[in-house]
Each structure stands twice: as C-alpha cells, then as structure tokens.
Design a protein around this ligand. Structure first.
Ligand SMILES: [Zn+2]
Ligand SMILES: [Zn+2]
Length: 197
C-alpha cells in the first residue's frame, strides 16, 4: 500500500491529492531542460520551482490516482509551442502544477514536487537527472538510467490503457478526450521572454 500525497498551489486555492503513491506507480526525477525552465520563468516562479542548477524536481504519477479536492476552476493549461506537452498551472497564484500528454489515453502526470507535501521516502530516490546537458549548474555525477525511467513510464501508461483506468482523469473529459481547460499556446513574444536568460 502506498501513501496519499497532498498537492497545493502557493495560495492554497487549488488542492488535490495523489492517492496511494508508491514505488510501483511513481517516478522521481529532475529535469534540467530549457522547456521546464521556460514554463517556470513564464509564470515568474523560478524561485519556487527551480533548483540552483535550473532543474525542476518532478514526481511522475498516473492521472487516475489524482483527485482534485478544491479549485478545479483555477486550473489552466499552457503550451510552450503548438505541439508541446500540456503544462498545467493554478491561475490564482501562477503556480506550475503538473505536465500531462495532450490526450487522456496516455496516462501520465508529472508534478512539481515543490507543491507536494511528501517526504523523500514517499517520492523515492531520484531515478534520473534528465537533460543534464541543459543544466545551468552542477549536476550529480550519477545521472541514473533513462532506459529504466522510460521502461517504468511506458509500463504504467500501457497498463492504464489496457485496464481502462486511463478514463479516470481529472484533466480531461474521457468521453470526448477534451481537456477541462482551454490550452493556450505562448505567443512568439512570450516565448522569447520565457526562454531568455
Ligand atoms: Zn493558488
Ligand atoms: Zn523538462
């Protein structure tokens, strides 16, 4: 049995819970990619989200484990570019919440651990320091295994597809496949600012 992890935006208007989080269904990783950094920067949240090397500490889980308790109407979706991931944030205080794929059929939700009330033994060890070549500072020598993380992510996504649990998602209307908030793509100007520096 896993543990429940509380999720909250900075102001507390948006609250959710990740149910039964465990080693089986969760992956803990740090992403140093410029896109994750641009997302934090666009929302003015570098201080809350980014580590000193420009990394975003993430906990990947499955949408069917996520239950929104309060502030569903505060959720908004950004895309850095037209075909990018859905990057969810709470518009009450511009807190980056999680990333999902653009379809509910691929069960995946990567939460910023900055918003999670969970000890490191619930999140598990960091399995991967991803895109370390894009870091802005030192990255641990042992970067982990991309293969291992990919395997675990694909396994969990496939399993959810086969057992039908992908339909239980707070982020999409499973019947229509539509996102619960209208995704907005950054303008060229916004993108230039978000990726600068
Ligand atoms: Zn808020
Ligand atoms: Zn990233």
């Amino acid at each position: 049995m896993g543990q429940d992890i509380a999720v909250s935006c900075a102001c507390g208007s948006f609250r959710a819970v990740i149910r039964d989080a465990s080693e089986q269904t969760g992956n803990h990783a740090v992403c140093y990619c410029v896109d994750c950094r641009a997302f934090a920067r666009h929302l003015g949240q570098e201080a809350r989200i980014l580590d000193p090397s420009g990394g975003t500490d993430l906990y990947q889980t499955l949408p069917w484990q996520v239950e929104i308790l309060e502030g569903r109407d505060q959720l908004a979706v950004l895309q850095l570019a037209g075909r990018g991931l859905y990057r969810w944030y709470a518009r009450c205080c511009d807190t980056p919440i999680c990333n999902t794929m653009r379809t509910p059929k691929l069960s995946f939700a990567g939460f910023s651990t900055a918003n999670l009330d969970a000890s490191s033994d619930v999140l598990g060890p960091i399995l991967l320091h991803y895109k370390a070549d894009q870091a802005t500072g030192p990255v641990p020598e042992n970067r982990g295994s991309m293969m291992r993380l990919m395997y675990r992510t694909i396994r969990n996504t496939l399993r959810s597809r086969l057992n039908g649990k992908w339909r239980q998602t707070p982020f999409f209307d499973a019947a229509t496949g539509r996102c619960i908030a209208e995704p907005r793509v950054l303008s060229d100007e916004e993108r230039a600012v978000a990726y600068a520096g």
